[in-house]
Design a protein around this ligand. Structure first.
Ligand code: NAD
Length: 371
């Protein structure tokens, strides 16, 4: 039976990279019935609102969505569609694996990290205002609840256990933020005590950034709050080869949404230039979530082969960078076609070039008691 999946093409480069992912999905042979809905700028043009109720209805009904990036106006204009989707659907666990692929585009070819980020509260709660009429002062409230922080740290430890990861690092700023920092730290410490089989440690966010840049291989699964996780996941994407190859997912109890870490890159919109890999690897995560393990493995192997052969790669991977082997850049659609062509040809008997993407089952709130 076909999987029914909501598809949000998004803004900027979104339509190009989601078309690339669809092409690759087709090559796997997995039957997917796409329910295409518009959110973001195209939805404003069509309906006057960036997040029409039909989008939320479709995801609620299908339980699974693949999404392209959506533009958010800076400083004013509508609230982020991404933040609204996560809070409306309670998609609380953002999972962003940062896996270096074939050593391309990175100084750190061994990078294999997973950033788990609470995605529904913290500094993205939307509680903010100007203090006076002159806009000379402003406040954004960092709302943290014990319930949400307990469930995200539990999610991270469960993910680590299931994926045979060795360590979970909790990241906060409890030395300065005495209430929210302490709340997260306490949630992390109490949960870590229940997972004796997994090592745990803590880092202050500033030190974490420095440690990651100096020795990323000492870290494994990182769990943190919303804004810190947003920043750390871009940093880790940079360690692994850049935003062009960084996939992501957000999981809730009732739905899961798969989307790249990158944004809509408006300067490349409509040029068939953007790297499609982040969206294609988000599809890989989605197929794993749907139980289509072989198709997901084929995608991971095909992406690895295309990037290591370095014949048909987009500009970000063709640059001299750290590889000393610059090649002419291919288009987004050409790279997607090359990945799709490889899908049926990859050698499934050879060992996977690096552990596959994490499978992130969601734990229910009631399971919080049991540890
Ligand atoms: P961006 O990720 O769009 O771009 C940052 C840099 O990375 C740019 O240099 C861009 O050219 C490059 N880049 C991004 N994706 C790439 C790809 N697939 N291939 C090659 N290069 C790529 O970040 P930004 O410029 O800060 O944001 C642009 C817009 O996207 C903003 O409106 C922002 O709010 C939005 N955004 C959306 C999401 C999302 O939908 N999940 C995430 C981040 C940013």
């Amino acid at each position: 039976m076909a999987h029914r999946v909501t598809l949000i093409p998004g803004d900027g480069i979104g339509p190009e990279v989601t078309a690339a992912a669809r092409l690759v999905a087709e090559a796997t042979g997995v039957s997917i019935d796409w329910d295409i809905v518009e959110a973001g700028e195209s939805a404003i043009r069509a309906t006057g609102t960036p997040l029409p109720p039909a989008v939320l209805d479709s995801i609620r009904k299908n339980g699974v969505a693949l999404k392209g990036p959506i533009t958010t106006p800076i400083g004013s204009g509508f609230r982020s569609v991404n933040v609204a989707l996560r809070t409306e659907l309670d998609l609380y666990a953002s999972v962003r694996p940062a896996r270096a692929i074939a050593g391309e585009g990175t100084r750190y070819p061994e990078t294999d990290l997973i950033v788990v980020r609470e995605a529904t509260e913290g500094l993205y709660s939307g509680v903010e205002h100007w203090v006076d009429r002159d806009h000379s002062a402003a406040e954004t409230v960092n709302v943290l609840t014990r319930k949400a922080e307990d469930r995200i740290v539990k999610f991270a430890f469960e993910l680590a256990r299931r994926e045979h990861r060795k360590k979970v690092t909790g990241v906060h700023k409890a030395n300065i933020m005495k209430t929210t920092g302490a709340l997260f730290q306490t949630a992390f410490r109490e949960m870590a005590a229940k997972y004796a089989d997994i090592a745990s440690d803590e880092r202050l966010i500033d030190n974490m950034c420095m440690q990651l840049v100096k020795k990323p291989s000492e870290y494994d699964v990182i769990v943190t709050t919303n804004l810190m996780g947003d920043i750390l996941s871009d940093l880790c994407a940079g360690l692994a080869g850049g935003l062009g190859v960084a996939p992501g997912a957000v999981y809730g109890e009732k739905a899961a949404l798969f989307e790249p870490v990158h944004g809509s890159a408006p300067k490349y919109a409509g040029q068939d230039k953007a790297d499609p890999v982040a969206e294609i690897l988000s599809l890989e995560l989605m197929l794993r979530h749907l139980g289509e393990r072989e198709a997901a493995d084929r995608i991971w192997r095909a992406v690895w082969e295309v990037i290591s052969e370095k014949r048909v790669v987009t500009y970000d991977l063709a640059l001299p960078g750290y590889t000393n082997r610059p090649v002419p850049a291919s288009s987004c659609s050409a790279m997607a076609k090359e990945i799709a062509r490889k899908i049926p040809l990859v050698d499934m008997t050879s060992p996977l070039p690096r552990p596959s993407a994490p499978v992130a089952a969601v734990t229910s709130d009631s399971a919080l008691e049991t540890g």
